[in-house]
Design a protein around this ligand. Sequence first.
Ligand code: HEC
Length: 137
Amino acid sequence: MRKIVLAAVLLAAFPAAAPVAAQDSAGGVVRVEKPVTGEQVYGQVCQACHMADAKGATGAGTIPALANNPRLAGAAYPIMVVTGGKGAMPGFSGMLSNAQMAEAITYVRTHFGNNYAKPVTEADVAKLAKPPPAASH
Ligand code: HEC
């Protein structure tokens, strides 16, 4: 079951991440909109597991709720989980940009009953990110 979810997520995430580089080269080619805001990144990537209401799920595996989650109070923990992965959650370094991860983390820290207003910046992510696995480069 877990593998199926992961495959679906990777399929959802890669086309979203790919145009990031392509879009910067001129040419006016219209491509799939890349997720920019935290809400878009959440909707395209995180929601597949954490659910639209961020309450997580239980089934073949347990997906923790991000809603009303005191573990999001500090920025370091979610940055490390999102960049480097944890347990059944894949790390997104190399797949999403630091800016996209910063936006997504800021989004979950300020929505779903969480009120941790200080935005997580791209620089915060760069500082704390675990590098992508060597095999991916
Ligand atoms: C493939 C499914 C999957 C996707 C996609 C996913 N997560 Fe997770 N996430 C998990 C699982 C499973 C855990 C629990 C990991 C553990 O503790 O072993 C988790 C844990 C977390 C935690 C820590 C929660 C806690 O209480 O410890 C945060 C924060 C988090 N995810 C944020 C995100 C964000 C933001 C995204 C989108 C960029 C995302 N996740 C995408 C499955 C996923």
